[in-house]
Structures are given as C-alpha cells and as structure tokens.
Ligand binder design. Structure first.
Ligand code: ZN
Ligand code: ZN
Length: 127
C-alpha cells in the first residue's frame, strides 16, 4: 500500500523522507500549505466511512470485504459517492499549521517549503 521514499530538496539541499499513499486503516492526506502528510484513520471518520461503504459497490480493500458486505446489507444509512466521500474527508480535517488537507497535494520540503524536490529510492513499505 503506502511507501516511504528518500527525498532531497533541490532548493536548500535538505534531505527528508516522503510517504505516499494510505493504508488498510487510514487515508493519507497532505497539507496544501506546508506539505506535511497527515494520516486520517477510518475510525476517526465514523459515519462518513460507513456511508461511503454503503454507497460503494466494491469494498475499499479486500481486507474489508466482510465489513463492506455487512454495511451494505444491514445498515440503514444514507450512502454517499466516492467523490462526496473524498471531499468530505478533506473538509473534516485540517493540518496542524491551519492549512487545508488534500488527497493530491504535492509533497514539499519541510525545511523551506519548496515543491522542487527529487525523490529517491523507496526506503520502506507499510500498510
Ligand atoms: Zn500544514
Ligand atoms: Zn528545501
């Protein structure tokens, strides 16, 4: 699922790591202002995630096929589309710096905020 790669800022030569993608139990969003990644657990989203499962005809991951089927068959809640869900997740959380979080904001240098970064080898994979 997610991966961690080494990165270097082309402006200030700062070296850091960048993580990509969410996991089985969380989404990863990135701050549009400072570029910091923030993990948002499905359990933090409560109904939103459940309503998304209800509105989706596929489980989010195979690991959740059982939960997905249960929600679809037994829970009486208003379904939302994937677009509504992702927009609602972005609206529900904020970065510590006060910036908005987005699923597709680009990573930034944590030292100078530059978008001019070079990504290197993958360091680790995580769920
Ligand atoms: Zn931020
Ligand atoms: Zn930099």
């Amino acid at each position: 699922m997610g991966s961690r790669v080494s990165a270097r800022c082309l402006d200030c030569d700062h070296r850091f790591t960048v993580t990509h993608g969410g996991g089985f139990f969380f989404h990863q969003l990135r701050c549009v202002r400072c570029g910091r990644a923030k993990d948002v657990g499905f359990d933090e989203l409560g109904d939103l995630h459940t309503r998304y499962l209800k509105g989706s005809d596929r489980p989010y991951t195979v690991a959740f096929a059982g939960e997905h089927q249960y929600v679809r068959e037994h829970l009486d809640i208003e379904p939302i589309s994937a677009e509504e869900y992702f927009a609602a997740v972005e609206a529900a959380v904020k970065c510590d710096c006060g910036g908005a979080l987005s699923f597709d904001a680009p990573p930034r240098c944590p030292n100078c905020g530059s978008l001019q970064i070079e990504e290197g080898d993958s360091i680790a994979c995580y769920d």
